[in-house]
Design a binder for this molecule. Structure first.
Ligand code: GTP
Ligand code: MG
Length: 452
């Protein structure tokens, strides 16, 4: 409370009471309209500006720009990059993938596109090395992780205290073009498994790639086979919406034509006196934007012109919502209506905090226990090593003593031998001396004998 001069409270109170009494005595209760009474429609005379509301929204949306993110899933070299280039009638940077990658990598690339005054931030996400590994068990993991990472990023932005969603670059995947190889009888096991895992996270639009390698009949049969396999395996692909009357007819007709058979090419060819995008063969040519030749134009129409906003909306209201709900439930949040109890953020936070601390303590305890066990194990190991070393030392010591004893024995024997030798030597020398002496006296004796 501020310090200073206090107002005369009793005087002020009397004045306020008098004022309230006067005001309340002049009041009459307003007559509320009965529930059965019809709603009033305001008749506006003249233009007040309500009609410009949509224009304001359009202006704001155009100013903000759009983001649209496409995920391309398909085997290496199936024609993903060529199709994206053909769809957007431009040439994006393109690196050829190797067939020898040990694992699937996800490679997002963002481009700023402009048509008239509309800016589009397009992100194309390539799946490099998909289908090249011998073991396909982990092929879809990096793709799913990438999709979840984008949802997580958006959720974190939403949960921030200072949010800036209005200029946030939304990287959530809006459409997944799933490329089906044209050279099989139907879908491969990898395709089915991957699509099943993806269908709750993205809007899947299946396409049959390089459709120029199939005859008309083969194409019809493959389309039927693919669709029946998707249905029998419960794979939910994106259905073009039919609620809006303006697009209901075209969308329902396009739903029956899925999967789209596409051919990609960025090359210009001359047909008659026209230059068109197409592919030249020894036996003729194909115009990729000719609806009689392939479904590329249908795909472009459905993906970009008619349903781009629905794809973005479905991503937000269906796929992201599911992710968000699971994540929030995981974090301990729940809706009050579920158990008729009022939901308290504070209580949830505290409960979660307690749970977290308990978990942390549990982890700490188990780590401590693990450490103690490890130390004990190391101690036992050390003791065993010490015992082993001691044993070795004792053995070496005994060996050393035995060797010393042997050597001493040998030394003694050698000394005895040497003494014996010396004795024999002395005896021999004595004998030799005597012999020499004897031989020197003998001639003298002989001489004497001669003289006699
Ligand atoms: P990676 O990114 O290396 O996995 O390949 P990718 O799937 O992006 O394939 P890419 O678009 O690079 O095309 C591979 C080869 O197929 C190129 O030689 C293309 O010219 C050719 N190709 C692309 N689309 C078609 C098509 O519709 N029909 C035919 N016949 N060939 C195509
Ligand atoms: Mg490519």
């Amino acid at each position: 409370m501020c310090k200073g001069v206090y107002p005369p409270w009793d005087l002020l109170f009397t004045k306020v009471s008098l004022f309230l009494e006067t005001v309340m005595s002049s009041w009459t209760m307003p007559q509320l309209p009965s529930l059965n009474e019809e709603k009033r429609t305001l008749e506006l005379s003249g233009h007040v500006g309500l009609r410009s509301l949509p224009d304001q929204l359009v202006k704001r949306a155009v100013k903000q720009g759009y983001s649209f993110n496409i995920l391309c899933v398909g085997e290496t070299g199936i024609g993903k990059s060529t199709l994206i280039n053909t769809l957007f009638r431009t040439i994006f940077e393109n690196e050829e993938a190797s067939h020898y990658d040990e694992e699937v990598k996800v490679l997002p690339r963002t481009y700023d596109l402009q048509e008239s005054n509309v800016n589009l931030k397009l992100t194309v996400v390539h799946t490099v090395g998909f289908g090249d590994q011998i073991n396909h068990v982990k092929s879809s993991e990096p793709i799913l992780e990438y999709i979840d990472a984008q949802f997580k990023r958006y959720l974190e932005e939403e949960l921030k205290i200072k949010r800036s969603l209005w200029n946030y670059h939304d990287t959530r995947i809006h459409a997944c073009l799933y490329f089906i190889a044209p050279n099989g009888h139907s879908l491969k096991a990898l395709d089915l498994v991957t699509m099943k895992k993806l269908d709750s996270k993205v809007n899947i639009i299946p396409v049959i790639a390089k459709a120029d390698t199939l005859t008309r009949n083969e194409l019809v049969n493959l389309k039927i086979k693919v669709m029946s396999e998707l249905v029998s395996n419960g794979v939910q692909i994106y259905q073009f919406p039919t609620e809006d009357e303006a697009v209901a007819e075209i969308n329902s007709s396009m739903n029956t034509q899925l999967p789209f058979a596409v051919i990609g090419s960025t090359e210009n060819i001359t047909v008659g006196n026209k230059t068109v995008k197409g592919r030249m063969y020894p036996w003729g040519s194909i115009q990729v934007e000719n609806e009689n030749h392939c479904d590329l134009v249908k795909l472009r129409e459905m993906l970009l012109r008619v349903n781009m906003e629905d794809l973005r909306e479905q991503t937000h209201t269906r796929h992201y919502e599911l992710y968000r709900r699971c994540k929030l439930e995981e974090m301990g949040f729940k809706d009050p209506s579920l158990d008729n109890q009022s939901f308290s953020l504070q209580k949830t936070y505290e409960a979660k905090r307690k749970e977290f601390i308990k978990e942390l303590q549990h982890k700490e305890e188990s780590m401590r226990q693990m450490f103690v066990n490890k130390v004990k194990e190391a101690e036992v190991e050390l003791k065993e090593k010490e015992k082993e070393l001691q044993g070795r030392f004792e053995r070496l010591k005994t060996m050393h003593q035995e060797e010393k004893k042997n050597l001493e024995e040998k030394k003694r024997e050698m000394e005895e031998e040497m003494n014996a030798f010396n004795r024999r030597k002395v005896a021999a020398e004595t004998l030799m001396g005597q012999a020499l002496q004897g031989s020197s006296q003998q001639p003298f004796k002989k001489d004497k004998d001669k003289k006699k």
